[in-house]
Design a protein. Structure first.
Lengths: 232, 181, 193
């Protein structure tokens, strides 16, 4: 998996932007995130805060759940090192512009279940890889995301929140499948699982035409490739 | 028109707790509901179970049914949702599906062309993904218009048409593979 | 093969299929009327019980399964107890279907028969895995909570006296999460059930 590392100077610049009031989520001010990050504590505050600020600029950022996750990490019995590890994949996801809702939810579940840090981190890391690979897969199939409100250049350019939901649910399905012991080589089974998940959510939180678009273009071999990237 | 009004008074009576009135509703709809379930589930025992459950559930929820709307749509929606639940359960607990021909021990020489095509299409239907099969069943067994199918399955009307078109194409392809010209 | 009219063949094939298998529908209305008259919902607990006491993927029959078996027994006892005192209109004591609120959420009922429990709660991705308590005000062993949820996919488990149990018979699906079962429900879609 190819991921970029954000330059360290971003932190102070971002804090400056905050001072100019560009945060998109006024319900939870950045200062609150900063406070809890200090309580965890994270070793590179600017870096992490920068990632969160970047995420906050997205309309579908799960502000409340993210704050809860950070709060519970800070209050948890894990060592400082473990806590950082449990944040690292989420930070990378934010930097990469990937939707973090699934990661945060999984993290919260792990904390609530009292799972050892290594177990949670393993799950989060696998899900991070799957998010990135799934997004790449959709791109490869000509399905893109555009900022909401901008005119769609092609039929297959979806507003970012809709695109993110597809990425989240496809990758989540593969993650659940692998964690349940499924083999990445059973492409047909994976395809069934993905089809089942997407069609179950049609009309509820997924657009039927989006689902149809995806199911028309992705194939069992694609899903095997994505799944393999997470386990190798 | 008499029959429609009759249905409304049966439903009103059912709402009052007159289970006999509900029995009359069941006898009018059971073939349609069973056919829907059999088409969706491809398993006779499951179809019988779900048909039964659908009528119980509809009765229990009759208070939430709007008498001014079409009863058949509401009834079929309940059945379709129960079928979907059963299919999810069956994913983890599979059973054998319907055989293409219920009759046993047929002499191949005596199979009539029409029966052979029926058998082929039934088998092909069982292999279709649920998303394609459901609209086909509602269209070709229940004879419903696209709009009603869209309402029952909670998908746009355009999607219904596409799925039916593609579903038929897939059936045709499978049948041609099985018995090329 | 002669060119076929798919529409006609499909139509007649489906009708033929129903005609061949519809014997089981004979007397359905009488049976259902009888059942509604007795106000006792039909239980197909056999399959659920088998599912509840199934070993986890690793082959263990662990504590979770024992809890499950206990809960399954409670389910039987609980349901019979509940229906004995069911109310008017022929409706069973427990409504299982979500009803819609004005804000687009649906009231989703979580139900767990657990006769001997002191505390039952539900945790899931809808409450950030923080317990929402269920209540059993009439002490009939049936614990319930009604939670308004927008359409979506919800993973959850019950916590029974501190122990997590993820095999809700009313779930749409089950997943393995951190080595244990979670239940899944899909909320949203068409009207009716």
């Amino acid at each position: 998996m190819r991921v970029a590392r954000r330059a360290r100077w971003i932190g102070p610049v971002v804090l400056l932007l905050v001072a100019l009031g560009l945060s998109a989520h006024a319900e939870i001010p950045l200062a609150d995130y900063e406070a809890v990050l200090l309580a965890i504590p994270v070793s590179d505050l600017g870096h992490v805060l920068g990632a969160i600020e970047f995420g906050l600029s997205q309309p579908d950022f799960p502000a409340f759940e993210t704050m809860q996750y950070l709060d519970r990490l800070a209050a948890s019995r894990y060592s400082a090192q473990e806590r950082e590890a449990l944040l690292s994949d989420i930070v990378v996801a934010l930097e990469e512009g990937l939707p973090i809702e699934g990661l945060v939810t999984k993290g919260l579940e792990g904390l609530a279940r009292g799972v050892p840090a290594a177990g949670i981190q393993q799950s989060l890391h696998q899900r991070l890889v799957l998010l990135a690979e799934t997004r790449d897969l959709l791109y490869a199939k000509g399905i893109f995301s555009v900022a909401p409100g901008s005119p769609q250049s092609v039929d297959t350019a979806l507003p970012t929140p809709r695109f993110n939901l597809l990425v989240t649910h496809i990758s989540d399905t593969i993650a659940d499948y692998l964690e349940g012991g499924g083999s990445p080589f059973e492409g047909q089974t994976l395809m069934q699982e993905v089809r089942f998940r997407l069609t179950s959510l049609e009309g509820a939180i997924l657009n039927a035409t989006d689902v149809e678009l995806v199911l028309k273009r992705i194939e069992p071999a694609d899903l095997t490739r994505v799944a393999l990237s997470a386990v190798s | 028109m008499y029959r429609v009004q009759d249905e409304v008074s049966l439903l009103r009576a059912s709402l009052e707790g007159e289970t006999e009135a509900w029995g009359e509703i069941i006898s009018r709809y059971k073939d349609a509901v069973f056919g829907l379930c059999l088409g969706f589930l491809r398993n006779r025992a499951d179809a019988e179970d779900i048909t039964h459950d659908a009528f119980i559930r509809a009765y229990v929820n009759l208070r939430r049914y709007n008498l001014e709307k079409r009863f058949s749509t509401w009834m079929f929606t309940i059945a379709a949702n129960l079928c979907r639940n059963r299919l999810r359960y069956r994913r983890n607990h599979p059973v054998a599906e319907l055989p293409a021909q219920i009759r046993g021990g047929t002499d191949p020489a005596k199979i009539v062309a029409a029966d052979d095509r029926h058998a082929a299409i039934r088998e092909a239907l069982s292999k279709l993904p649920y998303g394609y099969r459901a609209p086909l069943v509602l269209r070709y067994y229940n004879d419903l218009p696209y709009r009603e199918i869209a309402e029952i399955l909670a998908i746009p009307e355009g999607t219904v048409k596409t799925r039916i078109h593609r579903g038929k194409a897939m059936l045709k392809q499978r049948m041609e593979e099985r018995d090329p010209a | 093969m002669k060119p076929i009219d798919i529409d006609d063949v499909l139509r007649s094939a489906l009708r033929q299929e129903v005609a061949e298998t519809a014997a089981g529908l004979d007397g359905l209305e009488e049976r259902i009327v009888l059942e509604l008259g007795e106000r006792r919902p039909r239980l197909r607990v056999g399959e659920w019980m088998r599912q509840l006491i199934a070993p986890t993927r690793s082959g263990r029959i662990g504590q979770l399964s024992l809890v499950g078996a206990t809960a399954a027994v409670c389910l039987l006892i609980g349901f019979f107890a509940a229906t004995r005192f069911s109310l008017d209109g022929g409706s069973p004591a427990i409504r299982l279907e979500p009803s819609r609120n004005a804000d687009g959420t649906q009231e989703v009922l979580f139900v767990l028969p657990a006769l001997d429990a002191n505390e039952v709660s539900v945790v899931g991705n809808f409450n950030s895995w923080e317990p929402t308590t269920l209540s059993d005000e009439d002490n009939d062993g049936i614990w319930t909570a009604s939670i308004p949820l927008p359409p979506g996919r919800y993973e959850y488990a019950f916590v029974i006296d501190g122990r997590w149990w993820g095999q809700d018979p009313l779930a749409d699906e089950y997943v393995h999460s951190f080595g244990e079962y979670s239940s899944v429900r899909y909320i949203g879609g068409g009207d009716g059930a």
